[in-house]
Design a protein around this ligand. Sequence first.
Ligand SMILES: [Zn+2]
Length: 53
Amino acid sequence: MQDIRCGQCRRKLAAASGFIELQIKCPRCRTLNHLKAPSLPPSVPRASRTTSS
Ligand SMILES: [Zn+2]
């Protein structure tokens, strides 16, 4: 879980988990926040490519 905060007034706008891209307008200062999460893989337990034999 990650807090989404306004880049202008630091007001907490939302809490999200695993978002890719988010656009949210701050109701306080009316700043349109455009957030982009780093492209992290959605929990890969085993990333090992095993081409057996
Ligand atoms: Zn704000």
